[in-house]
Design a binder for this molecule. Structure first.
Ligand SMILES: Nc1ncnc2c1ncn2[C@@H]1O[C@H](COP(=O)(O)OP(=O)(O)O)[C@@H](O)[C@H]1O
Ligand SMILES: [Mg+2]
Length: 231
């Protein structure tokens, strides 16, 4: 579904990503693990067309989408949950979801009711302003908002960051459910244990380079992975 092929990405003159390649097959949960500053968000921004790579290509459903703008990618079925959430503080939870609604190209469609079925805590807060939500609630809302665009493919950037352990567990269950309903996910994380328990395949990024990859069975208990990810 997604193929990132040898991308090099810069912020101004700073060379951040070096020859990053990764593949995500339909129906898989694939993770991109690495410590803070490794290049996970930059990889996502490169894919989403916010920081297009200077070299290398990005294919989505066999179409070259390198440098395509984010709103067009959303129409093509890509969903993005940014690390800083960016929900509208002055809109209610319900309004935050409604403004994101976009009919998908195929299959069952997400709507507010289905998002509330997935995250029952949000239903209780339908009329609460987004800015009054806790960090964990905002994360759930950001995921719900991305689902309202009916993506086939979801980029999740550090969903567990700053969440209490009990919420991390719940979030893991929700991501498993998304996989069950057929969503393909690329998950950027620093939380190795959480991530490997959900993923089919993983890439380890360090200093802007993919330094290790493999099926999760091979990544679990791998000393190099533990070392690179700083755990
Ligand atoms: N807007 C920016 N301008 C310049 N450098 C940046 C910018 N954003 C991130 N960086 C640098 O790019 C590197 C990778 O950052 P990032 O992709 O955010 O890592 P991660 O998401 O893995 O924590 C870091 O060295 C960071 O300091
Ligand atoms: Mg990041």
């Amino acid at each position: 579904m997604l193929a990132v092929e040898g991308i090099h990405t810069y912020y101004g003159l700073s060379h951040i990503l070096f020859d990053v390649s990764l593949k995500v097959k339909s129906g898989q949960v694939v993770c991109l693990l690495g410590r803070n500053g490794a290049g996970k968000t930059t990889t996502f921004r490169s894919i989403m067309g916010l920081n297009p790579p200077a070299r290398g290509r990005i294919h989505f459903n066999n179409i070259d989408v390198t440098g395509t703008s984010p709103y067009k990618l959303v129409r093509q079925g890509m969903g993005w949950v940014p690390d800083d959430r960016r929900i509208f503080a002055d809109l209610t939870v319900g309004e935050n979801l409604e403004i994101a609604e976009h009919k998908g190209t195929e299959g069952e469609q997400w709507d507010k009711r289905k998002v509330y079925d997935l995250f029952p805590a949000l239903k209780e807060m339908d009329s609460r302003k987004g800015g009054l939500l806790s960090g964990g609630e905002q994360k759930m809302l950001a995921i719900g908002r991305a689902l309202m665009t009916n993506p086939q493919f979801l980029l999740l950037d550090e969903p567990t960051e700053g969440l209490a352990p009990v919420l991390v567990k719940t979030l893991g269950e929700r991501i498993r459910k998304l996989k069950e309903v057929g969503l393909t996910v690329l998950l950027a994380e620093q939380n190795v244990k959480f991530t490997l328990s959900l993923s089919d395949y993983g890439y380890i990024i360090d200093n802007g380079r993919i330094c290790y990859q493999g099926p999760v069975e091979e990544l679990i208990d791998n000393e190099e992975v533990k070392h690179i990810c700083g755990i």
